[in-house]
Write a protein of this length. Structure first.
Lengths: 225, 560
């Protein structure tokens, strides 16, 4: 079994802010698969490294709230003091980025971001402006009506990031989000994602098999066998 | 709410079949108080046995079913085995859907005007090659052995079996097995039969059974192309049912049960045939025969399958030509003049049957699509995998001869005062439409990348929003295609419309079949053409609507 025990520098489990994995253990048909006990402070990045099959993506799925029912899990997930373990994914406040940007192909770039934009922002004009501002923020000011299929890989990654941030998550879960980008883009996108997370004070759980990702994250790192 | 959908779907599929069989069984044993049958007896079976030519009718149904299914199956398998991966194969793949969308009745009429003694094929070679100065006096259509009827069925069952096989081939990784058998030195057909066919057959066995049950009991094609002295059993049951002497209803009901046995016997013979073929294959395989010299068989297969496609398409063209033909004398290949007379005269009369067909078709296909979506969405939310039991339920209405349970269902509807109601008619159409809609929709629905759903949930949207705003629009094309399949099935239904509609809901299909006896080729041409155009219009809409809605979305275009 892979074990993660990454207490952050602050080392204060049960603290009010941040993402806590409290004695999480996931089993498959009774066989232990992965276990984790960790706290990620706001703005901090916890990297989980391991080869495919080490259960790191399964851990992430459990935190996000869509663990395949063939697995069973114990332990609690707390986000900013709130126990989210029994909440459905849409009420957990976990922003998610996958290896593929997964932009919805039937919506425009702007439509994708409108779908992500938190409902707290009301009124069509205000919502449109929030999306336009987010696009300008990543240097894609006139991309609102574009077809996502016509974007470059780096542009797609940026749209996916902004779409997730517009949903106002309280934590970020990253599942190998940079591995499909070419080496030139990878560094840029990575820096942007990490910078946004730090600036917004989001705890980040990063799952990867790329050592460069872990180095750039700069936070604690756990290696799974 | 969503939890009730699978149970509801189950009820829609099984309920009417069981109610119908029960509704046939009681009068078959003499019990139908409404027309004076007060106590159970074996009398109706005695009367049935006394019907002249009963055995011949049964044998006709049996042989037509078995020969049709066997030939269609062999042609399809030989074609796939011999031509998979070629340009010719891909051309045929593209033809499958249009061929499938042609209703059985329209295809049968098309075949009739092609092969009848004064038909196009005879004209093509007369009188210069045959010496026939007038149409030869031979019975080609309605021949006593049912050869024309078998041909009319085969040309329609080939595209169906080809379609279900094409859907199954990727699942069984046919391509890889093909390479293996080729590298072991087997010919294309032998390698396919030894290496791939067992897995393929397991996947398409239920559809093959459905073809067999359909071909033993089909009524509309039999009325157009089938033998008349005597006709196959299903047609005779219909005649007894329509007899002014009400006592004949008991005979019809016992006939319905007899048909259940005839179709059951056909299935039984087929299963024995399966075993015999498996034994034969095992012997040949052990002998290590490579069958490398299969050129003749490959070319025979492609000739037959092309001929079947040609018959359907040329038939429709000929019907269109007849509907606008002025004077068209034998042996002229083309009419001397063209006229819209038939259309002008008939169009007003077509309005009601067309409207009925469209209303029933839209209602039943939309209901079927909604239920299918509900069942599939329930399945994915509950994390269930489809079971074989559900699959058999899906095929049950297609495995029981239509006439056997429709007669009884009619009795049940009369008892419940539902006969002749639009709702009853739509419900009965739904029984036949739903299996095809679900079969057409389930593969693309299940193949959807679930991570889109996870992403949408992580963006703080609930499962309902994911369904309506992400999954449904992303899968709009296959959803509309499934609805169009359902619409096409509904348009093609003859017997259910006739029996349950109680004559109050004539559709373009019942009108067309009713014209068969009259033999006015111009009116038949116009009616059958309209019948064939309706499903085509449905499929066109299913293509055009998503193309327009998503015209600026490159990733939403169909993979070419």
């Amino acid at each position: 079994m892979s074990k993660i025990s990454g207490m952050s520098t602050t080392n204060n489990i049960g603290a009010k802010t941040g993402l806590t994995l409290d004695k999480v253990e996931i089993t498959l048909h009774g066989e232990p698969l992965v276990a984790a006990n960790a706290h990620i402070s706001p703005g901090e990045i916890l990297t989980v490294m391991g080869p495919s099959g080490s259960g790191k993506s399964i851990l992430l799925a459990y935190v996000a709230g869509f663990l395949d029912p063939v697995f069973s899990a114990t332990g609690r997930i707390r986000l900013n003091g709130l126990d989210v373990s029994d909440l459905p994914p849409e009420r957990r406040g976990m922003g998610l980025l996958f290896q593929d940007p997964l932009l919805f192909p039937h919506l425009s770039v702007g439509g994708n971001m409108m779908f992500g934009l938190a409902p707290a922002i009301k009124g069509h004009a205000a919502r449109r402006e929030a999306v336009e501002a987010a696009l300008r923020h990543v240097g894609m000011g006139d991309f609102f009506d574009r077809d996502p299929a016509t974007l470059s890989g780096g542009q797609r990654a940026r749209v996916a990031l902004m779409r997730t941030l517009l949903s106002r998550p309280e934590a970020l879960l990253l599942d190998e989000p940079f591995s499909n980008l070419d080496t030139a883009r990878r560094g840029q996108v990575r820096e942007r994602v990490f910078a946004e997370a730090r600036q917004l004070g989001l705890p980040v759980l990063l799952v990867t098999h790329d050592v460069a990702d872990a180095k750039a994250a700069g936070g604690p790192c756990i290696e799974l066998a | 709410m969503l939890r009730l959908v699978p149970a509801g779907a189950f009820l829609v599929l099984i309920g009417p079949v069981l109610a119908g069989l029960l509704g046939a069984a009681l009068p078959a044993f003499g019990y139908l108080p409404a027309i004076g049958g007060e106590k159970l007896s074996l009398g109706p079976f005695g009367d049935l046995a006394a019907m002249p030519g009963l055995l011949r009718s049964c044998l006709l149904s049996l042989t037509i079913g078995l020969v049709t299914t066997a030939l269609s199956y062999v042609i399809v398998v030989a074609f796939i085995a011999g031509w998979r991966g070629t340009a010719l194969f891909r051309a045929m793949e593209r033809l499958v859907s249009p061929l499938l969308s042609v209703p059985h009745a329209a295809a049968a009429f098309g075949l009739a005007v092609l092969i009848m003694p004064s038909g196009f094929l005879v004209r093509l070679v007369s009188p210069w090659a045959t010496g026939w100065q007038r149409p030869p006096d031979i019975l080609i259509v309605n021949d006593p052995l049912g050869l024309a009827m078998m041909a009319g069925l085969i040309v329609k069952e080939i595209p169906f079996l080809l379609l279900v096989s094409l859907a199954a081939l990727p699942q069984i990784r046919a391509g890889q097995f093909g390479h293996v058998t080729a590298s072991l030195g087997y010919g294309r057909i032998a390698g396919f039969v030894f290496g791939v066919l067992p897995a393929l057959y397991r996947q398409i066995r239920l559809p093959v059974f459905a073809v067999l049950a359909y071909a033993t009991s089909v009524v509309d094609v039999a009325l157009i192309l089938g033998p008349t002295t005597p006709p196959p059993l299903a047609v005779r049951i219909l005649q007894w049912q329509a007899d002014p002497d009400l006592a004949m209803r008991f005979v019809a009901a016992s006939g319905a049960l007899l048909h259940l046995a005839v179709t059951g016997l056909a299935l039984l013979i087929w299963v024995f045939g399966e075993k015999a073929m498996a034994r034969l294959c095992a012997v040949l395989q052990t002998a290590g025969r490579r069958g490398r010299d299969d050129k003749v068989w490959r070319h025979l297969a492609v000739t037959l399958i092309s001929a079947s496609a040609f018959i359907v398409l040329a038939g429709i063209l000929l019907l269109a030509l007849w509907s606008i033909a002025g004077l068209w004398r034998y042996p002229d290949l083309l009419p001397e003049a063209f006229t819209l007379n038939v259309w002008v005269r008939s169009l007003p009369g077509f309005a009601v049957p067309l409207a009925n067909a469209v209303i029933i078709g839209i209602a039943s296909s939309l209901a079927a699509t909604a239920i299918a979506l509900g069942a599939l969405e329930y399945e994915s939310r509950a994390g269930l995998t489809p079971t074989i039991r559900a699959l058999v339920a899906l095929y049950l209405p297609l495995l029981v001869p239509q006439i056997a349970f429709l007669l009884g269902l009619n009795v049940v509807f009369i008892w419940a005062h539902l006969d002749g109601r639009l709702a009853a008619l739509v419900l009965v159409h739904l029984v036949f439409v739903f299996p095809y809609v679900l079969l057409s929709l389930s593969d693309p629905w299940r193949a959807w990348d679930r991570r889109y759903g996870l992403m949408a949930r992580a963006l703080r949207h609930g499962p309902d929003a994911v369904f309506w705003r992400i999954r449904l629009p992303m899968l709009l094309r296959p959803v509309l295609t499934a609805a169009a399949v359902g619409f096409a099935v509904s348009i093609g239904l003859y017997l259910p419309t006739l029996l349950i509609g109680a004559g109050r809901w004539p559709t373009i299909t019942t009108e067309a079949v009713a014209l068969a006896a009259g033999g006015n080729r111009r009116v038949i041409g116009a009616t059958a053409l309209l019948q064939a155009l309706l499903p085509f219009a449905g499929f066109t809409l299913a293509l055009v609507v998503p193309a327009l809605l998503f015209r600026d979305r490159r990733a939403m275009r169909p993979a070419a």
